[in-house]
Write a protein that binds this ligand. Structure first.
Ligand SMILES: N[C@@H](CCC(=O)N[C@@H](CS)C(=O)NCC(=O)O)C(=O)O
Length: 212
C-alpha cells in the first residue's frame, strides 16, 4: 500500500492535528505543502476540498477532508497506539472535546486572537485591538469549558492521550504564544498541566511549524 498523503501547510492547526496523528501512530507519510496565507486557496486544493480549506488527505485512492475524519481514519487504519478510548463514555468525551474545539475554541482563539495578534503583523499589517478585545471573553469561555472537562485527568479525554489532545494542541501552540494567554490560563491548572506534558511529546517537536 502507498503511504498516505496529507495536503496543506505545516503552519495550519488542522493540518498539524492530522500530522500529530500520523506521528503518534508512527505512519510514514508525505506532506504536500499548500500555501494560502499570501492569497487565495490554490485551485488544486479546492478540487480536493469543496469548501476551500486544508487539510485534505489521500490513502491508496481513498480521499478524505475534515481533520476529525482524517485523524479517526489514521487511528483506525494503521497499527500503533490507540488514539480513541474504547469505552462509550471515554469516546463520547473525546468527541465532545473535539466538537467544543471546532465550534467554540478555534474561532475566537485562532481566527480572531491569533490572526490579529500574530499573523496580521507578520504580513505587514496591524493588529485590530478591538477585534482582539471582543474575542477574549469567548476565548476564556472556551478555555474554561476545557478546564472543566479535563478536571484531574492527565489528558483531555481521560488517562490516555487521544485525538482530543491532538485537536487541541495546535491551537494551544499558537494561543500560548500570545500575551493574552497567560492571564486566561492563570486560573486553569488542569490545562496548564496538560500543556506542559503535551509539549514534551516527540510528535509536537516533529510537527513544529516555521511561521514567519
Ligand atoms: N472543518 C475543517 C476546518 C479546516 C480549516 O478551517 N482550515 C483552515 C486552516 S487551519 C483553512 O483552511 N483556512 C483557509 C481559509 O479559510 O481560507 C476541518 O476540520 O478540517
Amino acid at each position: 500500500m502507498a503511504d498516505p498523503i496529507l495536503y496543506g501547510p505545516a503552519y495550519s492547526t488542522y493540518v498539524r492535528t492530522a500530522r500529530l496523528a500520523l506521528e503518534e501512530k508512527g505512519v510514514p507519510h508525505q506532506l504536500v505543502e499548500v500555501d494560502f496565507l499570501q492569497g487565495e486557496m490554490p485551485e488544486e486544493q479546492v478540487a480536493r476540498h469543496p469548501f476551500g480549506k486544508v487539510p485534505a488527505f489521500e490513502h491508496d485512492g481513498f480521499a478524505l477532508y475534515e481533520a476529525c475524519a482524517i485523524s479517526r481514519y489514521i487511528d483506525m487504519a494503521f497499527d500503533g497506539p490507540a488514539l480513541q478510548p474504547a469505552d462509550a463514555r471515554g469516546a463520547a468525551r473525546m468527541t465532545q472535546i473535539v466538537s467544543v474545539l471546532d465550534s467554540y475554541a478555534y474561532g475566537p482563539t485562532i481566527s480572531q486572537l491569533v490572526i490579529q495578534r500574530m499573523v496580521q503583523p507578520m504580513l505587514g499589517g496591524q493588529s485590530d485591538e478591538a477585534a482582539i478585545s471582543a474575542a477574549l471573553p469567548d476565548v476564556d469561555k472556551a478555555m474554561a469549558a476545557l478546564e472543566a472537562l479535563i478536571g484531574g485527568n492527565a489528558w483531555l479525554a481521560g488517562d490516555a492521550l487521544s485525538l482530543a489532545d491532538l485537536h487541541a494542541a495546535p491551537i494551544f501552540a499558537y494561543f500560548t504564544a500570545t500575551p493574552e494567554a497567560a492571564p486566561i490560563l492563570a486560573d486553569k491548572p488542569g490545562l496548564h498541566r496538560w500543556w506542559e506534558a503535551m509539549q514534551t511529546r516527540d510528535s509536537m517537536t516533529k510537527t513544529q511549524p516555521q511561521l514567519g
